[in-house]
Design a protein around this ligand. Structure first.
Ligand SMILES: Cc1cc2nc3c(=O)[nH]c(=O)nc-3n(C[C@H](O)[C@H](O)[C@H](O)COP(=O)(O)O)c2cc1C
Length: 349
């Protein structure tokens, strides 16, 4: 498959997973299999000694190091993306650092990346993550008018995905969200006039609850060109998370999973851990040690500090961690290699 002038041997993207879950180690292993590996730009420097003194600086250095690590592990194969959440404070500074580091693509969700082309047009592939036709139509209209371009590829993400979700809490709780296949069809329809204007077929990747080859084939039949997978990559030897996080995923049961509130301002999907339960009972609180990392977060009235909770999860701390995962994570029962996982999708039925 071609994405502009770049070649992706197999149409599978490993979803960006912050904090500390998809870094250079996982992304490089995925690239080596001819797929797109994705580093998360959400606090990649959280383990560095200089992080507390200057988080942004530590993160920018870490982006460079993780990109280099992924490239060297990839043996020259695959493509490398970096996931940058729209809610990140200093979005432009991060986008510029990602481009300088030499990523093939910037993939941006958790909000609408209306100004991504300001930083990345002509320098790297640009991909929004959206959960429906309305959002992508707005992005295409703005990019077309303001920047004379359209997305190089798109990730369509359903409410089954792990992490932050572009859906209303009420719709999630009442089962009123559209399926991934409906979202794919909606997006394909909405982007058509833009594809015609620019004479370019926008590759579309379905994400959220893609567990096996049958799910992947259903996405392709509905008009997607490939898939993005998150949760299953957590349970790989190469994943950058601690064994504690990986074991949480392998051990979780269907009844342990659900929707949680996040200071990012969007609902999120993950394990309803003891930390999440306590935060729910307590209600909002004041976070005193704030690293000022998210635009929508108000530290004086927030459910908890999401960054600290995700640092704890990455380290496998069951008491203090928030563990994101998709709705089908309970089906994961063992840790495999990245190659084994990708081969499962590559095998013809
Ligand atoms: C632990 C975890 C962290 C995630 N972090 C991010 C993130 O920082 N930014 C983002 O756009 N998506 C994030 N996601 C979403 C994934 O990139 C991916 O789209 C999603 O997990 C796909 O659904 P699946 O887990 O059912 O395969 C995260 C998902 C998980 C499980």
């Amino acid at each position: 498959m071609n994405i502009r002038d770049k070649i992706l041997d197999f149409p599978l993207i490993q979803g960006g997973m912050g904090v500390g879950i998809s870094l250079g180690g996982l992304a490089g292993a995925v690239m080596k299999e001819g797929c797109m590996g994705v580093i998360s730009a959400a606090h990649p420097g959280f383990m560095r000694e200089d992080f507390d003194a200057n988080p942004e600086r530590a993160n920018l250095i870490a982006i460079e190091e993780e990109v280099e690590k992924a490239r060297s592990l990839s043996e020259g194969k695959g493509l490398l993306g970096v996931n940058l959440m729209c809610a990140t404070k200093g979005y432009g500074t991060y986008a510029e650092a990602i481009i300088r580091a030499g990523a093939d693509a910037v993939i941006s969700g958790a909000g609408l990346p209306l100004d991504l082309p300001k930083y990345a047009k002509g320098k790297t592939l640009m991909a929004p993550i959206v959960s429906g036709g309305k959002a992508i139509e707005l992005i295409c209209r703005v990019w077309d008018k303001r920047y004379n371009c359209i997305p190089d590829f798109i990730v369509a993400e359903s409410s089954e995905a792990g992490g932050h979700l572009g859906f209303k809490l009420d719709d999630l709780e009442n089962g009123k969200c559209r399926s991934l296949l409906e979202i794919i069809k909606d997006i394909r329809r909405v982007v058509k006039p833009f594809e015609e204007k620019y004479n370019y077929h926008i590759p579309l990747f379905g994400a959220g609850g893609v567990f096996d080859k049958t799910d992947m084939d259903a996405c392709l039949e509905s008009g997607a060109d490939g898939v993005q997978i998150g949760s299953r990559f957590i349970a790989t030897h190469e994943c950058d998370a601690s064994d504690g996080f990986k074991n949480m995923i392998v051990e979780c049961k269907e009844e342990d999973l659900g929707i949680l509130r996040s200071p990012v301002g969007l609902p999120a999907r993950g394990i309803i851990s003891s930390f999440v339960r306590k935060a729910r009972e307590r209600g909002n609180t004041v976070v005193k040690e704030c690293i000022n990392c998210l635009t929508p977060c108000n530290p004086s009235n927030t459910p908890y500090c999401i960054s600290k909770a995700l640092f704890s999860a990455a380290k496998g701390d069951r008491e203090k961690g928030v563990f994101f995962c998709g709705s089908k994570a309970y089906k994961i029962d063992k840790i495999v290699s990245v190659k084994e996982l990708i081969d499962e999708f590559r095998t013809k039925r």
